[in-house]
Design a protein around this ligand. Structure first.
Ligand code: ADP
Length: 477
């Protein structure tokens, strides 16, 4: 089975979020279940060194925004089909934003070109390569199934995966022409969303299959609270929609063999995890003698993640004898809020503003629990790292968080199945309550260790999800 993926990010090459992790990990996992997945990705500057190694396999003169060529290269085990179109992608700044953080004004052309290149390859533009399924990720690739249908094709079959429905790719109707989109498809039953063109809606209307990254999020986005205006479209396509959980890279995230830790450990040598707590406390200037649990946050600091509510719960957390270590960047008022909290409670709260992959591993290993009080969370990765590291996740009951953490209620504790703490109310009071439960459980070392072992046994790799994707592809073809 040949699957052509189209995406705007792919770890470890270019990443702004979880989308990149999925696109980077899925091809290897799929190859283990006999699916060959190749990835169409823009050739951004960090990828230029790969271009000379690659082979030109296709050339297009009439993409939105000009011409481009496809360079095929294999790197880190992934076959990439790089869209080399320097006028669109060779620039400093971010993947989607300029150096001032403003969206590039030609994002519709940049990702229209990516989508069209994907559609052309799906239709056989590369000699000797015919994909069976076109699998597109998020709005940046979402016009590919539209171009396929516009060419009058219903093969290969197509699938959209939504990683976060908050990002939809909305542009004024004046861009239709430059994107070579048929104007008679611009109506509410087609590409139009409240007077604008919506890339994501295009794929919702014209893909054969729609998935998102957890079963709970798949249900949630059918409601106005989570659907971000697209719930009606999704309800109409509910029969084609399902959720497949993300996995994590269990080689990169392995406490038994992680060079970023002060001390490696596994479920049998859990005691050694304490050395990481000592190291993390020392690094952050936290009181080494505090007897309470050390909680951490590793996150974008945004309201989506419920961190404003956590900030309000900080006094309670300190009162209960817990410590808090925060690693993140994001909204300035939240960065400032956690900096101020660290100043107000020296030794109990520490804040590290910045993005630091290595440090995030030590945070996971050195903490007793990780707090993820998200208001919505399509899948979430940090709770999965937490499970793997025996760092109990404390999560809001939403999206993939609800699907991956088993709450320490009485029945789950008795069955030795509990892996963390799940709560419903993302407010300071709701967080205070769950912290009370956590502090009580931490005071019972036997219970805590049983939960850690259950957490570390929980499967968090890609194997079952890769099979689920393979089954969906097989159904489609
Ligand atoms: P989202 O994609 O919404 O940001 P996820 O939980 O799906 O949330 O993925 C976030 C990823 O980014 C995780 O791999 C997490 O460890 C990482 N991350 C977030 N903030 C930081 C940070 N400040 N330093 C290092 N890694 C971070």
């Amino acid at each position: 089975m040949n699957v052509l993926m189209v995406a705007s990010e792919c770890a470890p090459f270019v990443k702004t979020g979880g989308l990149a992790d999925v696109v980077g990990a899925l091809p290897a996992a799929l190859s283990r279940v006999d699916v060959d997945a190749q990835v169409v990705l823009p050739a951004y500057p960090p990828l230029f060194p790969l271009l000379p190694e690659g082979t030109e396999v296709a050339r297009f003169d009439d993409l939105p925004g000009g011409s481009g060529r496809i360079v095929k290269v294999t790197a880190q085990g992934i076959t990439l089909l790089l869209l080399d179109a320097p006028q669109l992608f060779d620039r400093p700044g971010g993947l989607y934003v300029d150096e001032n953080g403003k969206d590039w004004t030609d994002n519709h052309l940049r990702f229209g070109a990516l989508s069209m290149a994907g559609a052309r390859i799906a239709m056989g533009a590369i000699d000797g390569y015919q994909p069976d399924v076109l699998h597109v990720h998020d709005w940046q690739a979402a016009l590919a199934p539209v171009y396929l249908r516009m060419a009058g094709r219903d093969r290969p079959r197509s699938m959209l995966t939504i990683h976060n429905i908050a990002f939809q790719g909305r542009f004024g109707p004046q861009v239709l022409d430059r994107l070579h989109l048929k104007t008679d498809w611009f109506h509410p039953e087609g590409l139009e969303f409240h007077g604008d063109l919506s890339f994501l809606k295009g794929a919702l209307m014209f893909s054969d299959r729609i998935t998102t990254v957890s079963p709970t999020y798949a249900r949630e986005i059918l409601t106005p609270e989570f659907g971000m205006g697209l719930e009606g479209v999704l309800q109409a396509r509910a029969g084609a929609l399902s959720g497949v959980l993300n996995g994590i890279d269990t080689d990169a995230w392995n406490p038994a063999d992680d060079t970023a830790l002060a001390q490696t450990y596994d479920a049998k040598t859990l005691k050694r995890k304490a050395d990481n707590k000592t190291a993390l406390r020392a690094k952050l200037g936290l009181d080494p003698d505090s007897s309470g649990p050390l909680l951490c946050v590793v996150s974008r600091l945004t309201n989506q993640k419920g961190l404003d509510a956590l900030l309000d719960a900080v006094p309670h957390l300190v009162e209960r004898g817990a410590q808090l270590a925060v690693l993140g960047t994001g909204q300035p008022e939240l960065e400032q809020g956690f900096r101020d909290a660290a100043l107000a409670y020296p030794g109990q709260i520490a804040t590290h503003i910045g993005y630091d992959e290595g440090l995030s591993h030590l945070f996971q290993a050195g903490s007793d629990a990780i707090l993820i009080p998200s208001r919505f969370e399509p899948c979430g990765l940090t709770q999965l790292y937490g499970l793997r590291y025996g760092t109990l996740p404390v999560v809001a009951r939403t999206g993939g968080l609800a699907d991956t953490v088993i709450d320490a209620n009485i029945a789950a504790i008795q069955a030795k199945a509990a892996t963390g703490f799940v709560f419903t109310d993302v407010t300071a009071a709701g967080i205070a309550q769950v912290i009370d439960r956590l502090v009580d459980a931490y005071a019972d070392p036997k219970l805590w260790q049983t939960m850690q072992r259950a957490a570390m046994r929980h499967p968090v790799g890609w194997d079952s999800s890769a099979q689920a994707y393979r089954d969906l592809y097989a159904e489609l073809v």
